[in-house]
Design a binder for this molecule. Structure first.
Ligand SMILES: NC(=O)c1ccc[n+]([C@@H]2O[C@H](COP(=O)([O-])OP(=O)(O)OC[C@H]3O[C@@H](n4cnc5c(N)ncnc54)[C@H](O)[C@@H]3O)[C@@H](O)[C@H]2O)c1
Ligand SMILES: O=C(O)C[C@H](O)C(=O)O
Length: 307
């Protein structure tokens, strides 16, 4: 259409829905996550923020003929515009690990990134639900909590470490062992998001099933080491991105349904839990292996919606 640019198209009526920002939107997770969020009918506005390459990703995603209006934001000077008015902020910003690294090896870089982004959230959209994907989740979530506490905006119901990939993997691997369709399987995974802190509750799965000791050992180990399996297979080219984007969208969609007021939206996440502090201290005393406990955070079934 000659003479007609995106800027002078007629104003849209504006579909009802939620405003979602993705921080780190041009990365390995961010791009497929942005694509999948653009397909979510609950999203009316999608803000894509990154320190690099957002114009290209935004132009690309914005051509999809779905309802959400997409806007791109590049660099720290545009962070506040990206965040203002958001209902949900998803953070996959930060470096991924390479073979031989642990998630904790990412701490020095990613802690600073998450801190800065959360300062922006506290200022521009303090009521937003925040989904943190950046590793090490067991540390980045407590860092975000401290930023929000300092700003006086901390609400434990709104800060969620995304551990959905552990659930997605558990459902897949358990279904393989049982010969079931993974969509029929629901495995709660509690704890944290690193090694032995990932605790699949194989006794609590739906449909109820039992496992031999060998199956339990295989499944526990495979679920706990799923991230490393992908890092090694990618051989230096990063960590899980596509399955993570899928898991992140599944989790974000649950958050949006909860925000909409839908009943019985229940998912596992890494959340703050006051009630667990006593147990945590006891556990710490009994078993120093449970490093996650030092943060007073524990993964729980988390209920956002009504009963
Ligand atoms: N929670 C989980 O289950 C899970 C699963 C997979 C990966 N991860 C983690 O997610 C993170 C991202 O992984 P990836 O594969 O997408 O990495 P990536 O390197 O492909 O992408 C990261 C993106 O973050 C951007 N970025 C860097 N600093 C930024 C800042 N200050 N503000 C905004 N954006 C910034 C980069 O420009 C890049 O586009 C890693 O820390 C990884 O370990 C977590
Ligand atoms: O393992 C990683 O480094 C990425 C992520 O935490 C995962 O579980 O795939």
């Amino acid at each position: 259409m000659e003479g007609l640019s995106a800027a002078n198209c007629r104003a849209k009526g504006g579909s009802p829905g939620f405003k979602v920002a993705i921080l780190g939107a041009a990365g390995g997770i961010g791009q497929p996550l942005a694509m999948l969020m653009k397909m979510n009918p609950l999203v009316s506005v999608l803000h894509l923020y990154d320190v690099a390459n957002t114009p290209g990703v935004t132009a690309d995603i914005s051509h999809m003929d779905t309802g959400a209006v997409v806007r791109g934001f590049l660099g720290p000077q545009q962070l506040e515009d990206a965040l203002t008015g958001m209902d949900l902020v998803v953070i996959p910003a930060g470096v991924p690990r390479k073979p031989g690294m642990t998630r904790d090896d990412l701490f020095n870089i990613n802690a600073g990134i998450v801190k800065t982004l959360c300062e922006g959230i506290a200022k521009c959209c303090p009521k937003a639900i925040v989904n943190i994907i950046s590793n090490p989740v067991n540390s980045t979530v407590p860092i975000a909590a401290e930023v929000f506490k300092m700003a006086g905006t901390f609400d434990p119901r709104r800060l969620l470490g995304v551990t959905m990939l552990d659930v997605v993997r558990a459902n897949t691997f358990v279904a393989e062992v049982l010969g079931l369709d993974p969509r029929e399987v629901d495995v709660p995974v509690v704890g944290g998001h690193a090694g032995v802190t990932i605790l699949p509750l194989l006794s609590q799965i739906k449909p109820p099933c039992s496992f031999t000791p060998a199956e339990t050992e295989y499944l526990t180990s495979r679920i706990q080491n799923g991230g490393t399996e992908v890092v090694e297979a990618k051989a230096g080219a990063g960590s899980a991105t596509l399955s993570m984007a899928y898991a992140a969208v599944k989790f974000a969609d649950a958050c949006l349904h909860g925000l909409r007021g839908d009943a019985a939206i229940i998912q596992c996440a890494f959340v703050f839990s006051q009630a667990c502090i006593l147990n945590i201290l006891m556990l710490k005393f009994l078993c120093s292996l449970y490093m996650l406990t030092s943060h007073n955070f524990i993964l729980e079934h988390w209920q956002l919606g009504g009963s």
